[in-house]
Design a protein around this ligand. Sequence first.
Ligand SMILES: NC(=O)c1ccc[n+]([C@@H]2O[C@H](COP(=O)([O-])OP(=O)(O)OC[C@H]3O[C@@H](n4cnc5c(N)ncnc54)[C@H](OP(=O)(O)O)[C@@H]3O)[C@@H](O)[C@H]2O)c1
Length: 282
Amino acid sequence: MHPFEQTDRTKPFPTFLYGTAWKEEHTSSCVEQAIAAGFRGIDTANQRKHYFEEGVGEALQAIFLRGELSRGDLFLQSKFTGRRGQDHRLPYDPEAGVSEQVQQSLESSLEHLGVEYLDSYVLHGPSSPYGWHQADRDIWQAMEICHAKGKALFLGISNVSLEQLQALCSQTEIMPTFVQNRCFARTGWDRQIRQFCRERGIIYQGFSLLTANPEIFQHPDFIAIVKRTGATPAQVVFRFTMGIGILPLTGTTDPVHMAEDLACLELDLSADDLHCIETLVD
Ligand SMILES: NC(=O)c1ccc[n+]([C@@H]2O[C@H](COP(=O)([O-])OP(=O)(O)OC[C@H]3O[C@@H](n4cnc5c(N)ncnc54)[C@H](OP(=O)(O)O)[C@@H]3O)[C@@H](O)[C@H]2O)c1
């Protein structure tokens, strides 16, 4: 095992994830800045269309080489993206079966990141917006094999509906540890899926928390909470999501925002504040 590869399954998961989408040639510097700011959880994907996974690896290797952190200090999450979510830059053989594609994509992720295992391997989305199909079952089974080989400590699924999640959970050997969804305030912040997750001990990761919910920033009740706490609107959103059990993602490229986002942990929101924001626009 590589000296930086220290597996510690008992360590708690991070409370905030840094997302690496849409950063292209700035990916490496953003990841270095995020880790320097204090983020210990990194989300990426082997989907060149939206992510530059090699750039994430570049940052990690630089940090490991400088001896600032080792592999076990970080929570690294990547994704398997099916053919529909990819452009021509595929991390697998398009002619191969899906099970083989999952193995190839994972091996390629590990190579990009320069590590021997992922903490979390996420199915980027079911093969179709509706239903849970044979292709999805085959992909999940291949992900279970990655888990069994010790190359993915935990599994997750993204962009999933309640029905699809129910189908997956009723048919699978290994339950997802994570669900990662775009989280809209107007659906009570994905209330139904969050409740399903809570009942099964699945951790719900929320993304687009700021960008998907512009309406809350205009709401007088939200503005009142921001004024009273003296925090930024983004800090209130992130602290609120943590308060209701969401593991939030931020993909900010701004080091000031990185520090501000992490500082939301110091913010106290009351049960009334949480209830108010949770039901603001649904
Ligand atoms: N599973 C999926 O399908 C999926 C889809 C989308 C995203 N994701 C993941 O989620 C991560 C986050 O994506 P996101 O959709 O939530 O959007 P995001 O990339 O975090 O974008 C947030 C936007 O809000 C701005 N912003 C202003 N103040 C901010 C503050 N204090 N903190 C953070 N942002 C601030 C940012 O600008 P500045 O850069 O100037 O701060 C940026 O333009 C992605 O990088 C990716 O890892 C996953």
